[in-house]
Design a protein around this ligand. Structure first.
Ligand code: HSE
Length: 432
């Protein structure tokens, strides 16, 4: 027998409008598939007059978010206002009222996930957050349910559509960073503060959510090592490409040395790898489990409809949980046996790309290789460009080395007169 679930949405911005559109368009289809038809009960926003391009049924729009939460006819609360202020109050209020919550709010979960999931546990209400990571890609559900039988060995993700769009256009067109960022903003991919995208913060929010899901501990933001893409130059994109690599902003989460590595960095990855083919606004998450081996999830990481698709999937999941009881399902987050130790960045071992601008004179290569050798860093390849200038670019790829050793070697190189610019350095993930 078909029953209805009444949905209240707080936040009628880009994603909110996408969710309204999807529910109005596909509500009946969802009802046929699941036996539960989602009905738009209330949509709350301070601005209820601007045209969002969707025809909200009359009487549904309201400015009263608290009234929406407390309305006994609203079964499910969807938080789409973002940020870590009132959004948190609304979610806690809905949970206190025993109502399941669906949110796309990655910043809030990254910073206050522990508090929110404790509140959910207390009131036995669900908090689902598929749209917080990877836009329309159902990667949270895949990890939570599809890989429930796995110990997660590593997660490597391209998680920010704006950065991937910028790096892709820089590589393909030699485009200017600022101009491409403006295009990403115009297309609605970027955060209200695009610094959150290009400085790696948005990726870090998503990375800590994935790490928490995989390793049973809300890590928060503090243990993450975060670098953004502002320092990626066309020159490095070009040299990386000559060597068969692409530069991508990666979230790297790995079980290593009895702990978890958690880092967000512009990174060289092989062009021939699956992740190397992920271009434009697309995101992808590669997850290796001890039982399944490698799996990859790919799709649109940002944008109105992609994100709405994930929100609607969560609405359906929490509605089914309401109807049948969440004991039937794998909880959205539950602490479990995993790792709580985060490996300090200085102890991470990986391969490195180093670019130096060095004087073109005898003995300079020996100086550089001497510094690397003294720090126990083994060179995998060296390329020096022949240009008719007093100083020349020198590109070095290393074998596996410890981050602390690389940092000391770079500092030493930065002090010698023959190296005329601060060295550029990127990590390499060979993804094997
Ligand atoms: N600003 C984000 C991005 C939106 O570019 O990926 C999706 O979280």
């Amino acid at each position: 027998m078909m029953t209805e679930v009444r949905v209240g949405i707080i936040g009628f911005g880009t994603v909110g409008a996408g969710v309204v559109d999807c529910l109005l368009r596909n509500g009946d289809l969802i009802g046929e598939r699941t036996g539960l038809r989602p009905v738009l009960a209330r949509v709350a926003d301070l601005d209820i007059t601007s045209d969002r391009g969707v025809a909200v049924p009359s009487g549904v729009l309201t400015q009263d978010a608290v009234g929406l939460i407390e309305d006994p006819s609203v079964d499910v609360v969807v938080e789409l206002i973002g940020g870590t202020g009132v959004a948190k109050d609304f979610i806690l209020r809905a949970l206190a009222a025993g109502k399941p919550v669906v949110t796309a709010n990655k910043a809030l979960l990254a910073m206050h996930g522990e508090e929110i999931f404790s509140a959910a546990e207390r009131s036995s209400a669900d908090v689902y957050y598929e749209a917080s990571v990877g836009g329309g890609i159902p990667c949270i559900k895949a990890m939570r349910e599809g890989l429930v039988g796995n110990r997660i060995r590593e997660i490597v993700g391209i998680l920010n559509g704006t950065c991937n769009y910028i790096l892709t256009r820089m590589e393909r067109e030699g485009a200017d960073f600022e101009a491409v960022l403006a295009a990403a903003q115009a297309a609605g991919y970027a955060e209200a503060d695009p610094g959150l995208d290009v400085d790696g913060i948005d990726t870090a929010h998503k990375a800590t959510i994935l790490a928490s899901l995989a390793y049973g501990e809300w890590f928060g933001m503090e243990p993450l090592h975060i670098e953004g893409i502002r320092r990626v130059s066309l020159q490095d994109i070009h040299y990386a490409s000559e060597l068969g690599y692409r530069i991508k902003l990666l979230a790297v989460i790995k079980e290593r040395d009895g702990g978890v590595q958690m880092r967000v960095q512009p990174t060289l990855i092989p062009m021939s790898s699956l992740l190397g083919h992920v271009g434009g606004v697309f995101n992808a998450v590669w997850v290796r489990g001890d039982t399944a081996g490698g799996t990859m999830y790919y799709g649109r990481g940002a944008g109105r409809d992609a994100t709405a698709s994930a929100v609607v999937a969560d609405i359906v999941d929490v509605s089914l949980n309401l109807k049948f009881g969440s004991h039937r399902r794998v909880a959205a987050f539950r602490p479990h046996q995993g790792y709580d130790r985060v490996v300090p960045m200085s102890d991470v071992r990986t391969r490195y790309y180093i670019r130096l601008q060095a004087l073109d004179q005898p003995g300079v290569m020996a100086l550089v290789s001497g510094i690397l050798g003294r720090h126990g860093i083994s060179i995998a390849s060296v390329t020096q460009k022949e240009v008719n200038q007093p100083s020349v670019p020198m590109v070095i790829l290393t074998h596996q080395a410890r981050e602390a050793a690389i940092q000391s070697a770079l500092q030493e190189m930065g002090r010698i007169d023959e190296i005329v610019e601060p060295p550029a350095m990127f990590r390499i993930e060979d993804l094997d």
